[in-house]
Ligand binder design. Sequence first.
Ligand code: 13P
Ligand code: SF4
Length: 338
Amino acid sequence: MSALAKAKSELEVKGFLDLDVDPTLDLFEAIQRLKKEKNAVILAHYYQEPDIQDIADFIGDSLGLSQKAAKTDADIIVFAGVHFMAETAKMLSPGKKVLLPDLKAGCSLADSAPAPVFRKFKEKYPDHVVVSYVNCTAEMKTMTDICCTSSNAVHIINSIPKDQPIIFAPDKNLGAYLQKKTGREMVLWNGACMVHEIFSAEKIAKLMARHPEALLIAHPECEAHILEKAAFIGSTTGLLNFTINSEAREFIVATESGIIHQMEKASPEKVFIPAPPDNTCACNECPHMRLNTLEKLYLCLQYEAPEIILPEWIIQEGRVCIDRMLEISANAGLVSKD
Ligand code: 13P
Ligand code: SF4
């Protein structure tokens, strides 16, 4: 086996990269060169580290990234995000090679709904439609009627006839928020995101007292007692746009701190304070998202691995709920802008 083939198969098996990268290499230049040579596109979520955001062709929230993945004519999609996002890109572009810089970049929320357990749960509610937040596994999507993201969830729920009972999975916090916003009672799966459940209401209250002009803005994956204090609730793109359009000059940001990079770039004159978590750690970084690094992005493009491979039936059955979501969003003119 050639050295290149050996390195590639190691990446595929282990799903992470321990190959040495020449420390003198200009990674930005090398990634740009490989991207051009291979007709690749880099999609990055707002929770990626700043260097990855800066080199990406498109930065966005889950809706924007899905829409981009569905439309790109690149041969290779490098998904700088987490596993379920790369799976979604693969389902939408099955003919393309989809790469994830670190295969271990999972998601606590997606993991909270194992497909076999959800299958049993769903059997108890045969007359319910299943709406799943996009943060779930590809297999879970095969059991879902309509997918949603945080930017279109209210609209998706409102598009379902009022007398139709709904199961909402896997995020109980987003589910509770949607119940409040839409007035619909839903059966909620008991899952949550480890990053958005960590914020301390007490520390946020103290911070607000020290910064009386600052507005608290929060992602709907946060718990209800945080959301009820927020001046604005929205997806990552929604939060970013709010900070751009708001007259306020100071914001306490209750979501993963990666989004602050774009907020500071868009409004350098404004101040962004990460909401404090309920522990001694000073950061709100998603440990899964942050497994991706510029080095891994470079190696992943060079070796075209690790690649997301999905069984045909998962692609066929899983994409139905994503197509429904994209169709409903397009009809409503919901376009997630970066
Ligand atoms: P959005 O970017 O769609 O708001 O999703 C947030 C998130 O938690 C992604 O993992
Ligand atoms: Fe999953 Fe939460 Fe990380 Fe998003 S921030 S990838 S929902 S664990």
